[in-house]
Design a protein around this ligand. Structure first.
Ligand SMILES: [Fe+2]
Ligand SMILES: [Fe+2]
Length: 252
């Protein structure tokens, strides 16, 4: 892929604008297929960490120090291959978020019956994601389990139970013929709010811990492969496929 290159020189920011603010707006609006070369007279490690948190891990970068100047080549994460566990799982969060937005749009525009294939695809994707976190990753790092109330794995498992209950409610609603659109939207609104908080907690707390532990694993590559495989639909076993093959009467 040929990237367009732009430059962001933090040694000369506009008057009155802190370097962090200047970099934030430039990187928030970074277009696909564009490389931003950030130039700084100070070590940008902390700045990059803060920006990454604010932009939900949307960035990937490589940093080189040349004498007293740091040059950081920054790209959008989707322009690069996912390599870390955090990256793979965060991208799946984003994919699910986009599916949820698409489902809500369809629901509002065409009604519940037309939106049923998207609903089922979203629910399947969410279940696969939760299954990977519960059944593959939580047992792979038993040292993270703990009795404390705020233990990150216990929190994840507890929130997954609540999310699973909500997905069952939504699925039952959509399996009926002609669910009430207002009720459907209320349930989706509740699920979207729960997911947003849950994903944020995982991305900022749990995934970095998993990534650190994974780097010490001898079979890290095999686990990453299992995670990748677990997140994609298996042919013939996906009810979303069935739903897509059996669209509702007004889904044209
Ligand atoms: Fe989760
Ligand atoms: Fe997750």
């Amino acid at each position: 892929m040929n990237f367009k290159t732009r430059y962001l020189d933090l040694r000369s920011t506009p008057p009155g604008m802190p370097a962090h603010t200047y970099a934030f707006y430039a990187l928030r609006d970074l277009e696909p297929g564009t490389e931003m070369v950030l130039i700084s007279a100070e070590d940008p490690a902390l700045l990059l960490k803060q920006l990454q948190l604010q932009l939900r891990n949307r960035l990937c970068w490589q940093c080189v120090r040349e004498q007293q100047v740091w040059r950081v080549s920054i790209r959008r994460r989707e322009d690069t291959e996912a390599s870390t566990l955090q990256d793979i799982l965060s991208r799946d969060h984003e994919r699910l978020d986009a599916l949820l937005v698409g489902t809500l749009t369809r629901l509002r525009a065409r009604g519940p019956i037309a939106a049923t294939p998207e609903v089922m695809e979203f629910l399947e994707g969410l279940r696969r994601h939760i299954a990977v976190e519960n059944n593959l990753l939580a047992p792979a790092f038993p040292s993270l389990y703990g009795p404390e109330e705020d233990n990150p794995v216990a929190t994840m498992l507890r929130e997954h139970e609540d999310i699973a209950k909500q997905t069952i409610m939504i699925e039952e609603l959509f399996r009926e013929t002609g669910p009430d659109p207002v009720e459907a939207e209320i349930w989706f609104g509740l699920l979207a709010a729960a997911l947003s908080k849950h994903e944020y907690r995982e991305e900022t707390r749990l995934f970095p811990l998993w990534d650190t532990l994974l780097r010490r694993c001898a079979d890290a590559g095999a686990l990453i492969q299992q995670v990748r495989a677990g997140l994609v639909p298996q042919p013939g076993s996906d009810s979303a496929t069935q739903a897509r093959q059996q669209p509702g009467p007004d889904s044209r």
